[in-house]
Design a protein. Structure first.
Length: 228
């Protein structure tokens, strides 16, 4: 059962145990001050001088001495081994958006697992922050203030189509697939609008657009509460 552990009305930062892009944690916290960690991400959080509000995972990457430095009420072990700690955490977070750091970098297998997790469907949309780029799952139309010449890459995790404005090579009518046509190394001609026709399309844009990406993908939980 995926019981919610973190419930916030503002975006949160989630740190993983992988390689941290330079300045990424502080940049994320400036936009999303509440901090959670996926398993060994707590090590990186403490090393940077931050105590996560919640640590979620199977704890196989959380050393005992580190666990002892965390408030007991912040530890939320999830024993199953059928999913990654990233997935475990996202399934238990409700927030307008999650800014994820420490999930890209040194190990390619970890990066592939993170991309797979992005498209699984979770309570909150998630933005992965890398050294020079940010990555998110395109689930609805987004508008981004890209500048002419900036790289806008699209990678299909399953067969998918979409529409675009502001790309040098429009994607309208294209059938993209991980085993066929992909959309990497496209370029903006100016502001970009992307519209998916089904799930499964990852968008990779320059990191300078992080705040705009978060604004574009975030949910309005307050509106949802008013409707209830």
């Amino acid at each position: 059962m995926n019981r919610l552990i973190v419930e916030e009305l503002e975006p949160i930062t989630l740190v993983g145990g992988g390689e941290l892009a330079s300045g990424a944690l502080e940049e994320a916290l400036a936009l999303a001050p509440v901090l959670a960690a996926a398993d060994g991400g707590a090590v990186a959080a403490l090393a940077a001088g931050h105590v996560p509000q919640a640590v979620i995972g199977d704890f196989d990457s959380l050393p005992g001495d580190v666990r002892g430095r965390l408030p007991p009420g912040s530890l939320f072990p999830v024993a199953e081994q059928d999913s990654t700690d990233f997935d475990k955490a996202l399934r238990r977070i409700s927030a307008p958006a999650v800014l994820a750091v420490g999930f890209l970098g040194a190990r390619v297998d970890h990066q592939l697992a993170a991309f797979n997790t992005l498209v699984q469907g979770h309570p909150a949309p998630c933005v992965l922050i890398g050294e020079t780029e940010v990555i998110f799952h395109l689930t609805h139309a987004v508008d981004l203030p890209a500048e002419a010449g900036e790289v806008i890459s699209l990678f299909p995790m399953q067969p998918v189509q979409g529409r675009s404005e502001g790309l040098e090579w429009p994607i309208d009518g294209l059938r993209m697939s991980p085993m066929g046509r992909i959309g990497t190394s496209n370029r903006a001609t100016g502001p970009v609008r992307l519209v998916p026709e089904g799930p499964g399309l990852l968008v990779i844009v320059p990191r300078r657009l992080l705040a705009e990406v978060v604004a574009a993908v975030r949910l309005d939980l307050r509106l949802d509460l008013r409707r209830d």
